[in-house]
Ligand binder design. Sequence first.
Ligand SMILES: *Cc1c(COP(=O)(O)O)cnc(C)c1O
Length: 412
Amino acid sequence: MNANEIIEIENKHTSGVYAKQTLAIVRGQGASLFDADGVEYLDCSSGHGVANLGHAHPKVAEAIYKQASTLITLFESFPNDKRAELMKKITSLVDGLDRVFLCNSGTESVEAALKFARISTGRKNIIAAMRAFHGRTYGSLSATFNKKYREGFEPLVPGFGHVAYNNIEALDKAVNEETAAVILEVVQGEGGVYPASAEYIQAARRICDERGALLIVDEIQTGFGRTGKMFAIQHFDVTPDMLTCAKSLAGGVPMGAVLIGHAIENLAPGMHGSTFGGNPLSCAAAVAALGVIEEENLPHQAEVKGVYLMGKLKRIESPNIREVRGLGLMIGIEMKQKAAPYIKALQEKKIIALNAGMTVIRLLPPLVISYEQIDHLVEALTEVLNGCVTDERMETGVVNGYGADKRIKADE
Ligand SMILES: *Cc1c(COP(=O)(O)O)cnc(C)c1O
């Protein structure tokens, strides 16, 4: 199939919930993606933070092949060698979180954490943050803030409230004896790349402890080395009660997980579960992926490359930039105008970037991106950020599937 055929078929049969690009991608290697004509693109999106190891990592590919020809599926009631290996490995990553629930996506891990919080505490209420993104199924959508994702889908799940992010006082006022859990991203991703302050995360821990509420951190986007540590919470010396993860966990194969601390009680057989959860194929991919993260020291790579890239971005002199912020290789460039035209201009220069809300260009490159590729990215960005964008491009409202959201206000 050539590019036009691929695009035509998808446009004809798509559900309609994605803003389709005019680019058909058929192959990836490291930080590069290749279209149907063999043209190379530098991937600074990693599939929204999935491809931390780069695309088609040979160790993950080999593990998938081997496991696929051994055993693909097995319900979690039957123990399995690969699942046991993964459970041992993943629960060694954060001190104090030594149980795990395995599922298949980010939103599922959030759903599980929310259910566990209610059953464990016997309380109903969940406090989330303004600008938060936790997923699109009903529980996680109820924790998600932006109207764009929620409107038209009501009624949502009762018991959810939202408070200003990075605001200790607001959290202090909101959490009480009826709060089952506080759920927070350590760096808000979809909401515009806003890192939490250490004080905020530490205060969240203290406030939850004081009132008997649980602290859930959503590390679906920040996990597995992205911010310079295995998990972003590890920058702050805080242990959450539950940690949700997914995206990069299994090197690109669908998988989610909730890491569970000692405070979680009352989890009993039959209460929750997942047909595909903990299947040996995903487990084998995850074991391989976690091995690669360690062998290649990807958290360290993200840290030093993040400092390098951030330094260069901060030196770009453009009247169009409002702020550059982020942690590790999770970086947002907030523009004074819409981000979409800049992202489109980057794509014309064969660089794939993301938006985060209306005005933020978001960079989530694979952590294996080379310094040459980073330099190339900075060069292209410098040209694009200083160039004038045509009026026609300024009208482009939606990029890379998540869409630019008029309703996200910078300081909500
Ligand atoms: C992507 C994301 C989710 C949802 O994950 P899915 O696998 O798309 O369901 C939830 N929370 C955060 C912080 C995310 O970045």
